[in-house]
Unconditional design. Structure first.
Length: 421
């Protein structure tokens, strides 16, 4: 029988510099000719896992409020160049501004613009009708406008629909702010509607499954990101300075945790360690001034292929979440895909974050990382590594066991195919 056609609906494009690649990891062993992606960001994709890409430009959605004839969506190809276009530059400038200070009034304004903007176009209909997906895969996102687009694609195609829940977009447990609760009310309503039109669900972790099942009245299958490779035996070595690596975004308080880590390094011997950071996040002047350039170097983002090379060269991989700031519980139900990437590398992990979140609980339970949940613990753990470097070898041994037990590609593929096909 012919393989089914799969449409994956996402926020970001499948671009190696964006960092989020869970769907591509799950679909890489299937024919790219039968996989298409619909996204709502202006980035140009570069993944060979998919053969067709359709992007709805938020920048054009804004302009379409007044210019109704404007084409807001188009099919893309991986060899297109968009780096210097006005849409991408305006998109990046707008998001950098929103990231500096997260106002719920701005988020609601964005939803209103998407509501009245012209995202439903002939180009979108032509793309959906021509590809004719048998299956739609989507993540249960907090973006109300994306959920609306997903609902339209479901009605238009009549495809089987499978949702993936990997974040807490549906509880009131992350914050007590009035603005948050007001915005979350509409997010929850949007997700409930989408859930009623979705036949099956994946959850990224047992934590996520428990709360999602109760809220939506569903029965999720636990599915995490598979290893990109089986970790090799760790080659223990001690060198001065130790090379510590972080790759990925520094949003939702991760930038503050990076500063706390670098401040702890200042109290260690001068030649103990240095940190290299590769990120697409535009860090504020305040954060950049707080990062000692003698200890921490911030670089431009690099493709995933180069990330793997940097991980090979590193001595320790740094995992960051907010500890006790306003974003400390954002990751409470998440399972960062970075964990699987780090486990694939087979290197020691130094994890900083709030102990009441799923990622930190996972790493602590499996003894898969050096864990620190306060400034005092960060400094104490660094002193322990300095005094007993062999600690890193013990950590990697446990991490490798967790990797093989929980993220075996063959087992994850079986779970995925049981639900999808």
């Amino acid at each position: 029988m012919p393989s089914p056609k799969i449409l994956v609906i996402t926020v970001a494009s499948w671009n190696s510099k964006v960092g989020s690649n869970t769907w591509t990891s799950l679909l890489r062993c299937y024919s790219a000719e039968n996989i298409a992606n619909l996204c709502i960001r202006d980035e140009i994709p570069d993944s060979p896992v998919c053969s067709r890409y359709f992007s709805i430009s938020e920048n054009k959605i804004i302009k379409s409020v007044l210019r109704r004839s404007l084409k807001t969506g188009r099919e893309l190809s991986t060899n297109m160049s968009i780096e210097s276009t006005r849409d991408l530059m305006e998109h990046n400038a707008r998001y950098n501004q929103m990231r500096k200070k997260r106002r719920y009034s701005m988020l609601l304004a964005r939803e209103f613009i998407w509501k009245v903007g012209k995202w439903h176009t002939k180009e979108l209909d032509d793309f959906l009708d021509d590809f004719k997906p048998d299956i739609i895969l989507h993540s249960m996102e907090g973006y109300i406008h994306l959920n609306r687009i997903t609902m339209y694609a479901i009605r238009r195609t009549g495809a089987k629909v499978i949702g993936y829940i990997w974040d807490d977009n549906f509880t009131y447990k992350q914050s007590k702010k009035i603005g948050y609760k007001f915005y979350r009310f509409f997010q929850r309503r949007s997700l409930k509607k989408l859930a009623k039109n979705t036949s099956d669900f994946f959850a990224i972790s047992p934590y996520t499954k428990k709360e999602a099942d109760a809220f939506f009245g569903i029965d999720c299958k636990i599915l995490t990101k598979p290893l990109s490779r089986i970790p090799r035996e760790y080659e223990f070595r001690v060198r001065n300075p130790l090379r510590i690596l972080y790759t990925g975004n520094l949003l939702i308080g991760r930038d503050r945790s990076l500063v706390r880590f670098v401040n702890a390094l200042k109290k260690m011997p001068a030649d103990f360690a240095v940190v290299d950071v590769y990120t697409q996040t535009n860090l504020s002047d305040e954060i950049m001034c707080a990062l000692d350039p003698a200890l921490c170097t911030v670089h431009e983002p690099i493709p995933q292929s180069e990330v793997l090379k940097k991980q090979e060269e590193a001595d320790i991989l740094l995992f960051l979440e907010d500890i006790d700031g306003p974003d400390a519980l954002v990751a409470r139900l998440s399972f960062s895909t970075k964990i699987t990437d780090y486990l694939s590398a087979g290197k020691p992990i130094f994890a900083i974050g709030n102990q009441d979140t799923s990622p930190m609980h996972y790493l602590a339970t499996n003894h898969a990382a050096v864990i620190a949940c306060s400034d005092e613990e960060i400094l104490q753990r660094l002193k322990e590594i300095h005094g007993r470097p062999s600690l890193l070898r013990d950590i990697v041994s446990c991490a490798n066991n967790a990797a093989v037990m929980n993220h075996d590609p063959a087992l994850i593929k079986k779970v995925f195919e049981t639900v999808v096909f």
